[in-house]
Design a protein around this ligand. Structure first.
Ligand SMILES: *Cc1c(COP(=O)(O)O)cnc(C)c1O
Length: 356
């Protein structure tokens, strides 16, 4: 640590991360591969250091959003496949070979362009086909799969070693999710061979979509970081998920206003604390739940510390545990009208990263 004391910081508990990954992995049938989704700086959980813990916990493959992220993973991990989930730009195509990345193909023209590039390079490109079963974003639209998938499969310089689809609302709409599952199963029953990885499960689907053939891999994001994607907070008890990320700051000054003891906290929206909170919003100070007052500023915010024996410099916990109290990342997200994914990736650089 340098001479500056921490004013706002996150703590990332790597032992807990590893424990989550291991518990998820151990809950899967033994022939199902674990694809660790580590896009967006491992959801804000400190890449590349976190990769070692994913490996120790049993991750079989990695998934990222783009080739820059793939390059960061490849610097550390030499012997695992890296799946690139979002479409690759034309200019980025050569990098797929450079980083040994597996692109997700969404259309025939894209696949054809890759095939030509692979032919020129004298190589065979391994890729997955992404099927859009209702998300309405990238992917081969499922109603066109019978036209497009066989064309992609016939390209001579591309080896399709996986097919997948993304569930659009597994945390909110079971019926729609099961429709997507059936659509995907229908397509893979026609076009998949035994060498392919077939994957559909995200964190939410892990709760209720059976992991059975044809599925032989899962793509895990949020749950790895110890967070339940469902608002009801249940359904993952047997995984014993531990929350990995804590977010803290300090009391900067104390004052009185209208008979209340007010504390200024050295975190504002430049530290990723949103300008708007719901009225339920609390922070932990000395293990007590303290109400957040209006007017979050760029550098500071204010809390009601009436009745709390506190001094300047004491810790304020936005997310995490403190003296027997706890605020979960899900609570904080609800109070800030964000989804947990947003909370994790919305922590700016000013906030120090402490790996525990
Ligand atoms: C981000 C992402 C995931 C992980 O989703 P979680 O809900 O965080 O588990 C899985 N698949 C794809 C295609 C993704 O983009």
């Amino acid at each position: 640590m340098n001479k500056h004391i921490l004013r706002s910081w996150i703590e990332v508990d790597f032992d807990r991360l590893e424990s989550n990954v291991r518990n998820i992995k151990n809950s899967l049938p033994s022939d199902v591969k674990y694809i660790a989704v580590v896009k967006a700086d491992a959801y804000g959980h400190c890449m590349p250091q976190a990769l070692v813990r994913f490996l120790r916990g049993g991750a079989d493959l990695f998934a990222v959003a783009n080739l820059y992220e793939a390059s960061r993973v490849r610097e550390v991990v030499s012997d695992k496949k890296i799946l690139v989930l979002s479409p690759v730009l034309k200019e980025e195509r050569p990098l797929v070979f450079e980083y040994g990345a597996t692109p997700a193909l969404s259309s025939y023209p894209e696949a054809k362009a890759f095939d030509e590039f692979a032919a020129k390079s004298g190589r065979i490109l391994e890729a997955h086909i992404k099927i859009d079963t209702g998300m309405g974003r990238a992917g081969v639209w499922h109603e066109k799969a019978d036209d497009i998938v066989p064309q992609i499969l016939s390209l001579p310089h591309i080896k399709i070693n996986g097919m997948f689809s993304h569930l659009s609302s597994a945390d909110t709409d079971r019926d729609y999710t099961f429709k997507q599952v059936e659509v995907f199963k229908g397509i893979v029953s026609k076009y998949a061979d035994s060498g392919m990885l077939l994957h559909l499960h995200n964190s939410a689907a892990l709760r209720y979509v059976p992991i059975e053939p044809p599925f032989n891999a899962v793509r895990m994001g949020l749950v790895q970081y110890g967070i339940n994607p469902f608002d009801d907070g249940s359904g993952f008890e047997k995984l014993n998920l531990l929350s990995v990320l804590a977010f803290k700051a300090r009391i900067l000054a104390l004052g009185l206003r209208d008979g209340k003891k007010i504390g200024a906290v050295c975190a504002g929206y430049a530290d990723g604390v949103p300008a708007g909170f719901t009225s339920e919003a609390r922070v932990l100070v000395k293990g007590r739940m303290c109400k957040i007052l209006d007017c979050v500023g760029l550098d500071e915010m204010y809390v009601d510390l009436t009745g709390v024996d506190v001094k300047v410099g004491d810790e304020v916990t936005f997310i995490g545990e403190q003296e027997g109290g706890q605020i979960s990342l899900s609570d904080y997200s609800r109070w800030t009208s964000r989804i947990p994914w947003e909370t994790m990736v919305a922590i700016p650089r000013r906030v120090a990263r402490i790996i525990k």
